[in-house]
Design a protein. Structure first.
Length: 130
């Protein structure tokens, strides 16, 4: 089995995809470690790791598709699976956290977000001093 060298453009594009994917994954890991609360922490790795894995899989599809060693359906299916499941999982995590955290819960429909609670009986206005 002989290995032929890839053309420079394919080599360069695959290298750029791998470096970009690694950079996105690194940014997601740093965001997971450094951001201040759960809602920010869940956002960084979801977006960044999805793009990081996508870059690595695109590079793999390019190289193995170019060399003709095998069909790239596996990488394509993994890419679709990751791009669909990661945002859905993050959405469900945030939705569950919002249900457990009453301070962050959005207001009920039809109520003003900053309105004070309604009183049962109105208070009379203060009388001016005599």
């Amino acid at each position: 089995m002989t290995h032929e060298a890839l053309p420079f453009t394919v080599d360069l594009l695959a290298s750029l995809l791998l470096v970009a994917g690694g950079a996105f994954a690194l940014v997601g890991a740093i965001g997971l470690a450094r951001l201040r609360d759960f809602y920010l922490r869940v956002h960084a790795p979801t977006k960044a790791s999805t793009l990081g894995v996508g870059g690595a899989l695109l590079a793999s599809m390019l190289v193995f598709g170019w060399t003709g060693q095998r069909v790239v359906i596996h990488e394509l299916l993994i890419t679709v699976f990751v791009f669909v499941t990661a945002p859905i999982a993050a959405h469900l995590l945030v939705k569950s956290a919002l249900e457990r955290d009453p301070a962050r819960r959005p207001p009920e429909p039809g109520t003003a977000p900053d309105a004070p609670p309604a009183e049962s009986s109105p208070t009379p206005p203060p009388t001016p001093p005599a």
